[in-house]
Ligand binder design. Structure first.
Ligand code: ADP
Length: 216
């Protein structure tokens, strides 16, 4: 069973910590603010008030024994960088850090963060795509060129097979799954039909997905 340490229990950190705990994992949460620590005391395994930029404190808390570290210190970029560095130097295998902006993200990668997340930026992208094309339900950028999109099937697609629609050729889309109510058809083939109300999970180039958004 993996153990997680979450440093910085603001909106993002506390949400990650609570969710991991609900999923049954051991979660140590650390924050400099006593009130925040108190408010989370019953929602995670341990909540501790401490300044995480102090390496000795982290050592005393046994942080190096954790499998995954999540650094979600918000505005204080200097502390976020320092804590990420300390966690990597302590030998934590997987460290995820939240970045404020691109430059902050680059620095975090350079000092050894295994993954950097940009929650505000990514959520903004997802909300915008959903606003311009109401049938785009979710949007995950894989790289600057490719994304995974969850979309409601267009009425023109109803009762046709993926083969008939030539999804790859006509739309540049690879359908990874079709969600139909509670059921999910994983890796559908050319003979699988699209029905009214289906939600398709597709992977494709961003330029093809943009074309699709303009169809709505
Ligand atoms: P969010 O946008 O996720 O709400 P915040 O900036 O509000 O992010 O939250 C960051 C949290 O990190 C705050 O609760 C703050 O008290 C905590 N924090 C900031 N610096 C330190 C530090 N050196 N050690 C531990 N926690 C810290």
């Amino acid at each position: 069973m993996k153990q997680f340490v979450v440093i910085g229990l603001g909106r993002f950190g506390s949400s990650v910590a609570r969710t991991l705990y609900k999923l049954g994992y051991d979660v140590l949460g650390i924050d400099i603010n006593e009130e925040i620590v108190q408010s989370l005391a019953d929602s995670i395994t341990h909540a501790v008030q401490a300044d995480a930029t102090d390496e000795n404190t982290l050592k005393a808390l046994g942080v190096r024994n954790f499998d995954v570290g999540i650094v979600s210190i918000g505005d204080d970029i200097q502390s976020s960088i320092l804590v990420t560095l300390i966690l990597k130097e302590m030998g934590i295998k997987y460290v995820i850090a939240k970045a404020q902006n691109d430059l902050h993200g680059k620095v975090l990668y350079k000092i050894g963060a295994d993954r950097v997340v940009f929650p505000e930026r990514d959520m903004g992208v997802r909300v915008a795509h959903n606003l311009v094309a109401s049938n785009i339900l979710d949007y995950i950028e894989l790289s600057p060129d490719f994304s995974i999109v969850e979309l409601e099937a267009f009425p023109e697609w109803y009762d046709k097979t993926l083969g008939e629609l030539k999804m790859r050729k006509n739309y540049g889309l690879n359908v990874m799954a079709i969600k139909r109510g509670e059921d999910v058809i994983v890796s559908p083939g050319a003979d699988d039909f699209i029905k009214k109300g289906d939600i398709l999970v597709v992977v494709g180039q961003n330029k093809d997905i943009e074309k699709l958004e303009k169809l709505v």
